[in-house]
Design a protein around this ligand. Structure first.
Ligand SMILES: *[C@@H]1O[C@H](CO)[C@@H](O)[C@H](O)[C@H]1NC(C)=O
Ligand SMILES: *[C@@H]1O[C@H](CO)[C@@H](O)[C@H](O)[C@H]1NC(C)=O
Ligand SMILES: *[C@@H]1O[C@H](CO)[C@@H](O)[C@H](O)[C@H]1NC(C)=O
Ligand SMILES: *[C@@H]1O[C@H](CO)[C@@H](O)[C@H](O)[C@H]1NC(C)=O
Ligand SMILES: *[C@@H]1O[C@H](CO)[C@@H](O)[C@H](O)[C@H]1NC(C)=O
Ligand SMILES: *[C@@H]1O[C@H](CO)[C@@H](O)[C@H](O)[C@H]1NC(C)=O
Ligand SMILES: *[C@@H]1O[C@H](CO)[C@@H](O)[C@H](O)[C@H]1NC(C)=O
Ligand SMILES: *[C@@H]1O[C@H](CO)[C@@H](O)[C@H](O)[C@H]1NC(C)=O
Ligand SMILES: *[C@@H]1O[C@H](CO)[C@@H](O)[C@H](O)[C@H]1NC(C)=O
Length: 696
């Protein structure tokens, strides 16, 4: 079963060997089948039945790399089934997951209710599969970035009207699908295979970019939707390399001002800060010297246009560049133009406190970079799958750091240089022959009772207790690696007063090893392989962001959900050059797919809040389809399975008895059926529904 797409699969060469011997032995056995072999089979089945509820057990056929000769597999299975059934003690048959599930259900038993997962997984005392949560962070970011881009691109493709003769987003969708493979985004493929995944993504992204560019051209062109076809009077560029500060169109020389069209893929009004290399009217092949930071407001599922031109020499009013060196008279440097403040010590250059002016939450906090040395133990070394530090105490990168402070009217920036390589975040030096697994740690004095929370695939947050699992007794042999969890959205800790939340910009690993602490693994550069099939050490360079906030207890959920959506779906930027007047005369500078003034409720952003997560937003939310698609008449609304491949009305749901005192979990709140005329979709907390709409 590959339902856990995040779990990479075992591919040990030793296993393959064992399997080959097994196969040749089977071939041998089947020519002279004896009762001993049938007995082995029956015994193995009975041993498994002994630890399984009901008398139905499942044996899966095949595995990674081991299911390639269907003919020989089936020939041998046919014989096995025949002789095992002749023996009569057990009944063997070819089956499917649904036949198996029906058989379990028909047994009328009661079942334990499981609401959590099995993380972290280990297949040996020192073999916790918690390294791949972070392995290849550059590739993980690439996949995340394009996933958000793909959603936005599909929206503008729909908005402008698909045109069969123009480029489309299918290739990017396909490449993203392939990248979900359990050895792709997990970072557990060889370098050359990873390069191939990245190449497919890049090809898909290039085509999607062309789609977006022509769709934008259509949207802003004042022509009726779907009528602008190939007549692209504007060519936009999009700067996919903003992550490394590379955006020729904002920097390149043009006598005309820069036009920035900003698209908001979220269903609510959005005010955000844009940061682009500053347009100086001159081309530059260098790393940009100046950055332009400005605030934009964009309607839901819509766009707004900004014009940037160089003013003839004026006084710099907002570039008071307060380098700490010049102003460090005070002990404490306060940062943050808004309500969230961060205090830094001028002596150490390190963060010392965070407080929220609105909520009054105020917490001493320290942030540091450290690294674990990768174990090189020949029995089990650290590698792409497995995280095994050779000591439980990480090495600190720097006690005091150089601090530069830049204050603008909109944003304040702090540049800390922990070491030459942390500043750039890579390449991690390994000339000392030590593999390094780099983390950042936030340390507070919060009393967290060994408890932290991590998201489950970006949806629910699950409670994690240090060295503890809910459903079984556990001895953790690796106090660090055995307490790492995968983060897709982020993590948080709470005490009686406040919540400290950290959100991530890509899938990564994280832990709360000591009370009041959160650590994120940022990067891994390892010199050994861990013997799980990659056969190569990990070596990648990377740069990234994470997002921190501090709220009153119970107040963090709203921030995590909305900010999480904004991180996943950043504003889409498209650049071109034109005079403002000329542009405005022939283009529409803003627009939205939705009815003007309508916006999705804040808790409907593909994700709603869980009951109890936030009092105001954990209720039934409503989406008015008519207002979402203005100018279009919805002829039919059909509810589908989540993946839209089956009508919901045709789906059968089995009912199961829950073990225990008969007190079921309270039934979750669910939205009702959609009225064909009113066309309002209700969503319960954490509910996801899929509809197919037919337009007239
Ligand atoms: C079933 O489990 C019990 C308890 O663990 C054990 O004593 C017994 O030998 C097992 N039987 C089989 C057939 O494995
Ligand atoms: C399960 O219950 C159904 C209906 O109550 C009954 O028809 C069936 O025989 C039961 N099955 C078993 C295995 O007890
Ligand atoms: C997308 O474009 C390709 C050609 O690049 C074409 O083969 C395919 O049918 C198109 N897909 C859709 C959904 O229009
Ligand atoms: C699709 O684009 C082509 C040019 O590539 C254009 O001739 C045609 O009119 C467009 N079709 C529609 C329906 O817009
Ligand atoms: C900001 O201050 C630093 C340190 O004094 C200086 O090196 C840098 O050139 C200044 N930058 C600008 C844009 O003025
Ligand atoms: C600490 O956690 C343990 C185990 O999860 C729980 O039983 C206990 O009530 C908690 N204590 C406090 C003060 O929350
Ligand atoms: C764990 O161990 C304790 C004490 O030995 C025991 O009471 C409890 O039933 C065990 N729990 C599980 C899930 O095995
Ligand atoms: C920046 O993004 C591109 C793809 O858009 C990726 O190939 C590259 O590795 C990224 N660079 C860094 C330093 O993250
Ligand atoms: C979104 O913002 C615009 C402009 O600020 C405003 O006119 C509109 O009413 C807002 N819409 C909603 C639903 O808040």
């Amino acid at each position: 079963m590959h339902s856990q797409s995040i779990m990479p699969h075992l591919k040990v060469s030793i296993l393959k060997l064992v399997m080959k011997t097994f196969l040749s032995r089977m071939i041998l056995l089947f020519s002279t089948i004896t009762s001993i072999n049938v007995k082995d089979f029956v015994d193995a089945a009975k041993a498994q039945a002994n630890v399984t509820r009901t008398n139905h057990i499942m044996w899966t056929m095949g595995d990674d790399f081991q299911y390639q000769f269907a003919e020989s597999w089936f020939r041998q299975m046919d014989k096995f089934i025949k002789y095992v059934n002749k023996d009569g003690e057990i009944n063997a048959l070819y089956s499917t997951p649904s036949i198996y599930t029906d058989a379990k259900n028909a047994a009328n038993g009661s079942w334990p209710l499981k609401t959590d997962d099995y993380f972290p997984y280990a297949d040996g005392d020192n073999a916790y599969w918690t390294g791949y949560f972070t392995s290849r962070p550059g590739f993980k970011r690439f996949v995340r970035q394009l996933s958000g881009y793909y959603l936005a691109a599909r929206q503008v493709e729909f908005l402008a009207g698909k045109n069969k003769t123009l480029p489309n987003t299918s290739k990017l969708g396909d490449a993203l699908g392939v990248a979900q493979h359990h050895d792709a985004v997990s970072g557990t493929a060889k370098q050359h295979t990873t390069n191939d995944y990245a190449k497919r993504l890049a090809i898909g992204a290039t085509e999607a970019e062309a789609t977006v560019s022509s769709a934008f051209s259509c949207l802003v062109s004042n022509k009726i939707k779907g009528q602008c076809g190939g007549s692209q009077d504007t060519t936009f560029s999009q700067c996919q390399l903003l992550n490394i500060s590379y955006c020729p169109s904002t920097e390149a020389g043009s006598s005309k001002p820069l036009v920035v069209v900003v698209y908001n893929p979220l269903g609510w009004n959005r005010t955000d800060i844009i940061r682009i290399p500053a347009y100086t009217g001159q081309s530059s092949n260098q790393i940009p010297q100046n950055w332009l930071v400005f605030q934009v407001t964009v309607p839901p599922l819509g766009w707004a246009t900004y014009f940037i031109s160089k003013e003839p020499k004026t006084e710099r009013t907002h570039s008071d560049n307060n380098s700490l060196k010049d102003t460090a008279v005070d002990e404490v440097v306060e940062i943050g133009p808004g309500n969230l403040k961060m205090l830094f010590s001028s002596a150490s250059g390190q963060l010392t406190r965070m407080f929220n002016k609105v909520t009054g939450v105020d917490t001493p906090i320290q942030q540091s970079y450290l690294w674990y040395a990768s174990s090189t133990d020949s029995q089990q070394s650290s590698g792409a799958y497995i995280f095994r530090p050779d000591s439980n105490t990480p090495t600190i990168v720097a006690q005091s750091v150089h601090l530069d402070v830049f204050r603008g009217p909109l944003v304040h920036e702090v540049h800390q240089q922990f070491s030459p390589w942390i500043y750039q975040i890579g390449p991690i030096p390994t000339d000392d022959n030590i593999g390094k697994e780099v983390i950042t740690k936030m340390t507070t004095n919060m009393v967290t009772n060994k408890t932290s929370y991590t998201d489950s695939n970006g949806r629910d947050f699950l409670k994690r207790v240090y060295d503890q699992r809910n459903d079984w007794n556990l001895s953790v042999n690796q106090p660090i690696a055995g307490n790492y969890y995968p983060l897709n959205l982020g993590t948080f800790i709470t005490d009686s007063k406040s919540e400290l939340s950290v959100l991530v910009d890509r899938a990564t690993g994280g832990a709360s090893i000591n009370d009041g602490e959160i650590e994120l693994m940022l990067h891994r550069r390892i010199l050994q392989d861990d013997g799980r099939g990659v056969g190569e050490p990990l070596d990648e360079q990377v740069r990234g962001n994470y997002y921190v906030n501090i709220n009153k207890l119970g107040g963090g959920a709203t921030w995590r959900r909305t900010t999480g959506q904004e991180i996943y779906s950043p504003l889409l930027l498209a650049f071109t050059h034109e005079d403002e007047k000329t542009w405005k005369a022939s283009h529409s500078t803003s627009g939205t797919m939705m009815e003007t003034g309508y916006s999705l409720p804040l808790n409907v952003a593909l994700i709603t809040l869980e009951v109890g997560e936030d009092a105001a937003y954990s209720t039934v939310a409503k989406v008015e389809l008519k207002k979402m698609f203005t100018g279009k008449e919805i002829k039919e609304v059909k509810e589908m399975s989540l993946s839209a491949n089956q009508e919901k009305s045709g789906m059968k749901r089995l009912s199961w008895k829950v073990e225990g005192d008969g007190v079921d979990e309270t039934a979750p709140v669910r939205g009702g059926a959609v009225d064909a005329l009113i066309q309002v979709v209700e969503l319960g907390p954490m509910e996801i529904r899929t509809f197919v709409l037919t337009f007239s």
